[in-house]
Design a protein around this ligand. Sequence first.
Ligand SMILES: [Zn+2]
Length: 365
Amino acid sequence: MFTVDAHLDLATNAITLNRDLTKPVHAIREKERQLKWKDTQDRGNGTVALPELRKGNVGLVVATIISRYSAAGNPMATLNLPGWHSPEQAYAYGQAQLAWYNVMEAMGEMVQITTWSQLQDHVARWTNNSPMDDKKPIGYILSLEGADSIINFKYLEKYYERGLRAIGPAHYGPGRYAAGTHSDGSGLTAIGKELLHEMDRLNIILDATHLTDKGFFEAMNIFKGTVWASHQNCRALVPEERQFSDDQLKLIIERGGVIGGALDTWMLHPEFKMGKSNPRELNINLEKLVDHFDHICQLAGNCLHIGFGTDLDGLFGTEQTPYDMDTIADIVIYKEILMRRGYTEENISNIFSGNWLRLLKKAWV
Ligand SMILES: [Zn+2]
């Protein structure tokens, strides 16, 4: 089944974490297991690479550029999310990530999607399953996770010209445009509000994920265009500021948005402690995400506002992933899980791709 994953940080893995994603997941793990020093918790545990996306039939991803700015005294700089000391440096680093996507395109590994007609052709190529077509390019929609690297709005236009079609203004901690996760109480900055007007003008999709509660409601008042929450679970099930409350989820539903279910065990189970808990001991399996899906479907009264936004390469690997998933290719298991949980064939097809495609058509046609 053709599958859309609305949130992967592929370029961060390639450029920040030095992973050759054209190689299979197990080869990347093997190489990293020989490292003498583990600089990130997921070394040797990664779950995402281009061959596994192909194997799992994940033919379209929303792929991010993450490049943060860190002002003096930013508390996040002490965590494993440091930032650049100027927006200009952040922009240049973002360009390095974009250059990687462009090289993947030149190799036929990926293809950038910016219009509905391109997307239609792309889906047709993936769904006609010609045996001659054994290396289909992974389609990607370019998104920014955190807008810090937009030096000013002239640079927003440059980004748009090079394919940028979605922006999450916030990431973690204080940001130039919006406060992100772990800086609850703050919201959008003055230029953050202007950014939303500029995004409306250019028809760029707003990714609400990582906005604080304050920033979220401010953004929903200002922004008129298409909204999604690319990698987002429910606060009713995992009570933490990173998740969205029912009021937030309902507002996205009312605006025709889609909420991408994330497979980070920290967002799936209230007792999971990063770096301490074990997914198997807490019995966190793939089915846990379906509890979040069920909750959103109850709020919506239908199954039209959920999809996958796995975040599976978001600085974690198998140590923080449902224990019954080895690589992203296992996403196909959801077909059987969702059937068992009472979802119809049509619901399932909408979850795997239909809901995201409908939103993109509405945004772009
Ligand atoms: Zn994220």
